[in-house]
Design a protein around this ligand. Structure first.
Ligand SMILES: NC(=O)c1ccc[n+]([C@@H]2O[C@H](COP(=O)([O-])OP(=O)(O)OC[C@H]3O[C@@H](n4cnc5c(N)ncnc54)[C@H](O)[C@@H]3O)[C@@H](O)[C@H]2O)c1
Length: 234
């Protein structure tokens, strides 16, 4: 299997693990990164997903390098936590602009090629917080819940053209993003999991690899939790 894959935010954490897992499986993998150097051995394009023109340029570069994107893993995301009553509109909006609108921008650029090919895989990295909610994360939860609605709608819009759309909802995964979660809050989150530990980026990547591969051809509109048993039912 050698497909043209694009992973947003693929220079570290879950995105990098996904990119490496798909490259190891034989795919042609490009990653977007915002600053610094692209990861060794992967084709990197500099791109901020809040910038529509940068997204269009990045998708064009990837298309020239490895052909039209056949698998999109929309993974770029941020948190800017705080209680809603004291949260500025800018803080709330910046999280939605990155996590939801970033995914929308990249989707709009890659879907035309998928329509032409009559084949495609859209995979969005949501979060268990999107369905469970979390104090101090109303902006993040809203953006992640929206990704589930986005994927389910796209599953219906694009299903007739053999394009699937799914979300993966990780629980607490050991990456830079989770580093700020410590002490009592981390203890509580771990106690809510059945496996009593954090997950690894590789454990999320394995589920994404399934969704990107031939084995998931009848899976669309699904939200797959990767939570070690936490937030079951999401
Ligand atoms: N770590 C967790 O516990 C956890 C749990 C659930 C969901 N997630 C989700 O998984 C995804 C990956 O997170 P992670 O844990 O690897 O965190 P991370 O902070 O290590 O990685 C986030 C990635 O997104 C990129 N990014 C952020 N804003 C961007 C922008 N405007 N344009 C382009 N790229 C941008 C970053 O450069 C980075 O590559 C995120 O969507 C996150 O919400 C993480």
């Amino acid at each position: 299997m050698s497909r043209s894959v694009l992973v947003t935010g693929g220079n570290r954490g879950i995105g990098l693990a996904v990119a490496r897992a798909l490259a190891d499986a034989g795919d042609k993998v490009a990653v977007t990164y915002r600053s610094g150097e692209p990861p060794a051995g992967l084709f990197g394009v500099r791109c901020d997903v809040t910038d529509s023109e940068a997204v269009a340029r990045a998708v064009e570069e990837v298309t020239i390098q490895q052909g039209p994107v056949e698998v999109l893993v929309s993974n770029a995301g941020i948190t800017r936590d705080g209680l809603l009553l004291s949260m500025s509109e800018e803080t709330f909006g910046s999280v939605v602009d990155t996590n939801l609108m970033g995914a929308v921008r990249v989707t709009q650029q890659v879907v035309p090629g998928m329509l032409k090919a009559r084949w495609g895989r859209l995979i969005y990295v949501s979060s268990t917080t999107g369905t469970a909610g979390a104090p101090g994360q109303a902006n993040y939860a809203a953006s992640k819940a929206a990704l589930i609605g986005l994927a389910r709608s796209l599953a219906k819009e694009l299903g007739p053209r053999n394009i699937t759309a799914n979300t993966v909802s990780p629980g607490i995964i050991a990456t830079d993003m989770a580093e700020g979660v410590t002490g009592a809050r981390m203890k509580q989150l771990l106690s809510e999991t059945a496996l009593n530990r954090t997950g690894t980026p590789q454990e999320v990547a394995e589920v994404v690899r399934f969704l990107a591969g031939d084995g998931s051809s009848y899976v669309t509109g699904a939200n797959i939790p990767v939570t070690g048993g936490g937030g079951v039912g999401c």
